[in-house]
Ligand binder design. Structure first.
Ligand SMILES: [Zn+2]
Length: 129
């Protein structure tokens, strides 16, 4: 496993592309993974992203977007209702924008690390059955 393989797979996931071939669509809906890649036939449904993408999205949005907002002077001057009316939709839009990209990156990472549902890390596919 090389870092270029890991980052390449994560980049393909961020671009909503199959981590295996980089051609087929990774998602069939907003967050629904296309079980089988339409181009290469790779089983992308085997990667259990679970709550990882939501966790990393909260981490990114919280640290890069919400925390710097507390340094903005309007936060203290504006009425709380105005701040909430502006920032809650803005934070939601940023989170909804990032979530499928982060999920694609997590699936790309799992593809690169060969982390497959029902298999312990390092366990080969032939050892499953
Ligand atoms: Zn593919």
């Amino acid at each position: 496993m090389s870092l270029s393989r890991v980052f390449g797979a994560m980049k393909r996931g961020i671009a909503f592309r199959c981590p295996h071939c980089g051609q087929g669509n990774l998602f069939r809906k907003y967050l629904k993974v296309q079980e089988t890649c339409p181009v290469c036939g790779h089983d992308n449904g085997q990667y259990p992203a679970d709550d990882g993408p939501a966790y990393f999205t909260i981490l990114i949005v919280g640290h890069l977007f919400v925390a710097p907002l507390f340094l903005a002077p309007f936060i203290l001057r504006w009425p709380l209702v105005w701040v909430a009316a502006v920032l809650v939709p803005a934070v939601m839009l940023v989170a909804l924008f990032l979530l499928p990209r982060v999920k694609g990156a997590v699936i790309g990472l799992m593809w690169a690390l060969r982390e497959v549902e029902g298999r312990a890390p390092g366990q080969e596919e032939s050892e499953l059955f």
